[in-house]
Design a protein around this ligand. Structure first.
Ligand SMILES: Nc1ncnc2c1ncn2[C@@H]1O[C@H](COP(=O)(O)OP(=O)(O)OP(=O)(O)O)[C@@H](O)[C@H]1O
Length: 283
């Protein structure tokens, strides 16, 4: 992986002290089900923030609200102080990129082509120019290829640039998804279970990759079930349970919070603790 330092990708608004991401009062209802219930969350420049919670807690739904896939029933999402329109391509242009829980690569395209697809929000050449393949288009295309190759080098896949995405091992497909998201030059990257299905070695490598991305000036919001990954990486972690944020803080705050322990272990039945204690005393 290249350790070269690249300036933060989105200098616009750097004088602004507003958080990079500021979600406030986000509610998402599906009929009678409130999947996300009045959630506030901020991510500041340079931060890695974790979002955890049991299955069905609303984590992916919240990501979908942040990235314009869903229009929240209530609430606002601001990026660098500006309210984001709930349209995925506009959110990407504004500076937020994401990966998905289930890999969404173009299986029959090459590794390089997959990254090039991710650059489309950053290329200015229009359809007319593309059809004519004029000098402007050729220059933009060459620049895009160079940037895409830099990204592949960064994630360690440059030697496989011409391989078909579907032929990559699983862990490398996940890395390629991250490279494709980074191709849009985001200021904030949202990762939805980046280590799902990875072996422990791949998971540790993914941790290094996330730190390296942060060191490039990209803030990260990550959903994960692997607690070791979360607590190794995150400056702050928010916990969602049944759509509500119940706790947010550093590793110790989250790990020691009774509500988090209960949410993960399951609430004891009423009187169960007492019964267990008296059973032990009886023995
Ligand atoms: N499009 C939808 N229509 C109806 N209900 C939905 C929709 N998307 C999600 N839900 C429901 O919203 C709730 C939250 O789901 P979500 O996938 O956001 O949880 P999650 O925390 O990401 O879970 P997991 O960790 O298992 O991925 C669930 O009850 C789910 O069934």
């Amino acid at each position: 992986m290249s350790t070269q330092t690249v300036p933060a990708p989105r200098p616009a608004g750097t004088e602004n002290d507003a958080p990079l991401l500021h979600a406030s009062g986000v509610v998402m209802r599906f009929g009678g089900l409130t999947a996300v219930n009045n959630v506030d969350l901020t991510v500041n420049k340079g931060e890695i923030v974790g979002l955890i919670g049991p299955n069905g807690a609303g984590k992916t739904t919240f990501f979908n609200c942040l990235t314009g896939l869903y229009v929240p029933t209530e609430g606002t999402v601001r990026y660098q102080g500006t309210v984001l329109p709930p349209k995925p391509h506009l959110v990407t242009s504004a500076g937020i990129a994401r990966t998905f829980q289930n890999i969404r690569l173009f299986a029959n395209m090459t590794v390089l082509e997959n990254v090039l697809v991710g650059r489309h929000t950053r290329t200015k050449e229009g359809l007319f120019s593309a059809i004519l393949r004029g000098p402007g288009y050729k220059k933009a295309e060459a620049e895009s290829r160079d940037k895409a190759m830099e990204l592949l080098e960064f994630i360690g896949l440059d030697h496989k640039a011409e391989h078909l995405a579907r032929n990559l091992p699983y862990g490398e497909q996940r890395k390629l998804e991250i490279a494709r998201a980074m191709a849009s030059e985001p200021g904030l990257l949202l990762l939805d279970e980046p280590t799902a299905g990875m072996n422990p070695q791949e998971t540790r490598a993914a941790e290094e990759l996330v730190f390296a991305i942060r060191d490039k000036g990209i803030a990260i919001l990550v959903i994960e079930h692997d607690m070791r990954f979360i607590f190794n990486l995150c400056d702050r972690t928010a916990v969602l349970v049944q759509g509500q944020k119940i706790v947010e803080g550093d590793k110790e705050t989250v790990q020691n919070d009774e509500r988090v322990i209960t949410a993960y272990l399951g609430a004891p039945l009423e009187g169960a603790t007492e019964t267990a204690a008296s059973t032990e005393a009886d023995q």
